[in-house]
Design a protein around this ligand. Structure first.
Ligand code: SAM
Length: 279
């Protein structure tokens, strides 16, 4: 064992049943290309190892990497690096198939990992991830609920998401402050064509002013009231009332406007960065 580092989100799994249930949730095939995020000292790896031809694990902590080497020898392909620096497209290309992902992920970068997957989604098939229960619930949240927000809309746009099972905080060492949940994400094959940058900016910008109407949120982003009215969209609604499809439709109309209003910008980028921090 190694002394857990809080700064690396190290809450090691100590319940074998949870690992077994994750393995079951994956339904592995021998020829799968599997990437484990944050392998730690191998609590989950131990159940994955030998079940697929290609198992890659990413782990940032050199102390944990030493343990993994000792435990699994040279047969385990370890990427000793920050997962967010891993290029999934080149891995998928090298191995000639999309990645399947698994992990008891470090909670301090949960949303970054989700966006890393979404931004590179062509490289992935699916993922089974253990994360904080409240974040998992946000991923599957329906509109008009308090959990529905940026993460829900962006994730549901690109993935089919489902909750597999809950995990008690007592399954980890050290015991974290919150319970966990295991979620399956399957990359959607057919997402309607849209301006992805604008989609993100609009979702972030409007939820950044969650209690305001779309009209107010979009005006704060730099769109002009008169132009917004010309879209014919009902802008008296609040962002949480919009489904993913409603957002896509809104973005389509705003995109048409952008062609008329090319430099509505600096404000939008400011909003973008602020919201990025507040996820
Ligand atoms: N899989 C192990 C288990 O279930 O016991 C460890 C899970 S622990 C919640 C998260 C692991 O992710 C830690 O081992 C930590 O060192 C690693 N980690 C933290 N930040 C990381 C990063 N940016 N890239 C890769 N691994 C990271």
């Amino acid at each position: 064992m190694i002394v857990p580092k809080k700064s690396l989100g190290q809450n090691f799994l100590r319940d074998e049943n949870v690992a077994r249930n994750i393995l079951e949730g994956l339904s592995l095939h021998q020829d799968d290309l599997l990437l484990e995020i944050g392998a730690g000292t191998g609590a989950l790896t131990n159940h994955l190892f030998g079940n697929v031809e290609q198992l890659l694990v990413a782990e940032i902590d050199p102390r944990a990497v030493d343990v993994l080497r000792e435990r699994f020898g040279g047969n385990l392909n370890i990427l000793q690096q920050d997962i967010l620096e891993v290029n999934p497209r080149s891995l998928a290309e090298t191995y000639g198939r999309p990645l399947r992902v698994v992990g008891n992920i470090p909670y301090y970068i949960t949303s970054e990992i989700l966006f890393w997957m979404i931004d590179n989604r062509a490289a992935f098939k699916d993922a089974v991830l253990m994360m904080q229960a409240d974040v998992g619930r946000r991923l599957v949240a329906n509109r008009r609920t308090k959990e529905y927000g940026i993460l829900s809309v962006v994730t549901q746009c690109y993935c089919d998401v489902e909750i597999l099972f809950k995990v008690s905080r007592n399954s980890f060492y050290p015991v974290p402050k919150v319970d966990s949940i295991v979620v399956r994400l399957r990359m959607r094959q057919s997402v309607p064509d849209h301006d992805e940058k604008l989609f993100r900016a609009v979702v972030r910008g409007t939820f950044g002013k969650r209690r305001k109407t779309l009209m107010n949120g979009l005006r704060f982003m730099g769109f002009q009231e008169e132009q917004l009215r010309s879209t014919g969209v009902n802008l008296k609604r609040r962002p949480e009332e919009l489904s993913v499809e409603d957002f896509l439709e809104l973005v389509q109309k705003l995109g048409d406007l952008e062609k008329v209003l090319p430099q509505r910008t600096q404000r939008r980028h400011r909003v973008h960065r602020e919201e990025e921090d507040s996820l």
